[in-house]
Design a protein around this ligand. Structure first.
Ligand code: BTN
Length: 288
């Protein structure tokens, strides 16, 4: 669409449209200026609040541009789901950044209070990754869970989960943030996987609602699940089982063959000197 047509729709000048286009380009949206007007390289996902809220019982907010949805949900401690198009300070696990161009990733955080102490939620973050992997499978996106909670497709990262907890011994505010690549963001990481390259249709608001419902259900039902159920669910989608891995933590690094998880969500690694259990770390996997 041309700059003048866009200006007429939005009731602003052509120059204002040009400025906005240039700004979006600095954030990583690929927009070509062609003979017939501006053209997006990839369709941008613009979530529609009404459609999503109709399908979800948790209160949903959409804020087009935020610092980090996890930070905001954690600050307010209100039960809700916050979706954004762009984060200026998106956070990943272990202090890493999460960067995606506007509309190129589904980025959301959900806050839910549950009657369990923080000490009893050791395996929840893994369980959330398991549920998302299964929910995406139901939408036609086949991924595996790379412990602790990255979703990978063919050794490329498709999505990440960041869980943060606030609470005490009997009540916890669980915040789960989820970033799912819909399209690659130029200049970020060439080796990521994207939904747009995996399925033959556009991402929809009903897909988003499905993931929100699955996350909420997983958090609320977690205290009632047995650890045997969780371990089985993990084994059905785990990427690392039987693979040679190196887990780098703050203090030390462990190499060996990854097994399943234990009841606390720790990864069991068979090393030369026996089984070791790790609760956190960066995992590198030896290619098969
Ligand atoms: C990781 O891969 O290390 C976790 C990435 C989590 C990213 C999501 S995007 C929405 C939410 N808000 C954040 O700041 N981070 C999470």
């Amino acid at each position: 669409m041309s700059g003048s047509d866009l200006g007429a729709i939005l009731n602003v000048s052509r120059a204002a449209i040009w400025q906005r286009v240039e700004y979006l380009k600095t954030l990583g949206v690929q927009i070509d200026a062609t003979d017939i007007g501006y053209q997006l390289k990839h369709p941008v996902y613009l979530p529609d609040l009404k459609i999503i809220q109709e399908r979800v019982s948790l209160a949903v907010d959409i804020d087009p541009e935020v610092s980090s949805t996890n930070t905001l949900v954690l600050e307010t401690r209100l039960e809700r789901c916050l979706i954004t198009l762009y984060q200026s300070k998106g956070r990943g696990r272990r202090g890493k950044q999460w960067i995606a161009a506007p509309g190129h990733a589904l980025m959301l955080s959900m806050g839910v209070w549950i009657d369990s102490g923080v000490q009893d939620l050791g395996g929840l973050s893994i369980d959330l990754g398991v549920s998302l992997t299964q929910a995406l499978k139901g939408l036609g996106v086949e991924a595996r869970l790379k412990w602790p909670n990255d979703l990978w497709v063919d050794d490329r990262k498709l999505a990440g989960v960041l869980m943060e907890l606030y609470g005490d011994q009997d009540k916890t505010f669980v915040v789960v943030g989820f970033g799912l690549n819909l399209w690659p963001t130029p200049g970020v990481d060439a080796s990521i996987a994207s939904v747009g390259d995996l399925i033959d249709r556009h991402w929809t608001d009903s897909d988003t609602a499905h993931l929100i419902n699955e996350l909420e259900r997983t958090i609320r039902s977690y205290p009632r699940q047995t650890s045997a159920d969780r371990i089985k669910r993990y084994n059905d989608v785990g990427l690392l089982n039987g693979r040679e891995v190196q887990v780098t933590g703050v203090q030390r690094s462990i190499s060996g063959i990854a097994q399943g998880i234990d009841e606390f969500g720790r990864l069991c690694i068979l090393t030369d000197s026996g089984a070791e259990y790790v609760s956190a770390g960066d995992v590198s996997v030896r290619p098969q």
